[in-house]
Design a protein around this ligand. Structure first.
Ligand SMILES: Nc1ncnc2c1ncn2[C@@H]1O[C@H](COP(=O)(O)OP(=O)(O)OP(=O)(O)O)[C@@H](O)[C@H]1O
Ligand SMILES: Nc1nc2c(ncn2[C@@H]2O[C@H](COP(=O)(O)O)[C@@H](O)[C@H]2O)c(=O)[nH]1
Length: 185
């Protein structure tokens, strides 16, 4: 589902395309779903400080290239990162005003069925992904919101509401109102 659904629903937001050393799944397109790179290329990006964050996840690197995120934020637009928990912790440290949403399956049995149905992973990899999923749920306390992905359209609506509300937070708009008051003095 990745960005196809999200971009459709969140027209004002830019989805950040991650970099990974994972092999593309059937139908995945380089530069749209991920930048698929070699381990050496990924490690070069780390060495050259070109990643906002990165992590190892089930035998592969995943990370967010910094350049695109900075460019989008400089244009005054929101950036949507869909990343695992270790990366999210790094982003929290670097971007404390970010909003952190924990997206969770209805339960782990359902998640296993979904991954099996996708048909892209062998049994050992599915086991590793399930272990990760269980461990990640323990990190939920470090997030701002929890959204259950029971149905994609409902999950999207919940995320959209969070983003809308976050834009209305006083600490995000106060500056604008103070300028308004200042202008009439
Ligand atoms: N609400 C849902 N109902 C049914 N199937 C779903 C739902 N959400 C996701 N899926 C499917 O479950 C599988 C695993 O989804 P999941 O979101 O974990 O992986 P993904 O979309 O490939 O991206 P990523 O793991 O990188 O976040 C995918 O095949 C996805 O299409
Ligand atoms: N830390 C990061 N995690 C990422 C990034 N892009 C994706 N992910 C997460 O990896 C797992 C596995 O993804 P999959 O496509 O192989 O199923 C999943 O939890 C993604 O959210 C990233 O840039 N940084």
């Amino acid at each position: 589902m990745r960005q196809a659904m999200l971009e459709d629903e969140f027209r004002d937001f830019q989805y950040s395309v991650s970099m990974t050393t994972r092999k593309p799944r059937p139908g995945e397109v380089n530069g749209r779903d991920y930048y698929f790179v070699s381990k050496a290329e990924f490690e070069d990006n780390i060495k050259n400080d070109q990643m906002l964050e990165y992590a190892r996840y089930v035998d592969n690197y995943y990370g967010t290239p910094l350049k695109y995120v900075n460019q989008t934020l400089d244009e005054g637009r929101d950036v949507l990162l869909e990343i695992e928990v270790n990366g999210a912790r790094q982003v929290r440290e670097k971007c404390p005003d970010g909003v952190f949403i924990f997206l969770t399956p209805p339960d782990l049995g359902e998640l296993r069925q979904r991954i099996e149905k996708r048909g892209t992973d062998d049994e050992a990899t599915i086991d590793k992904r399930m272990d990760k999923a269980a461990a990640e749920i323990k990190m939920m306390a470090h997030y701002d919101y929890a959204v259950v992905n029971d149905q994609v359209d409902l999950a999207v609506q919940r995320i959209e509401k969070i983003i809308e509300s976050e834009h209305l937070r006083v600490d995000r708009v106060l500056d604008r109102y103070e300028k308004m008051i200042g202008a009439v003095k």
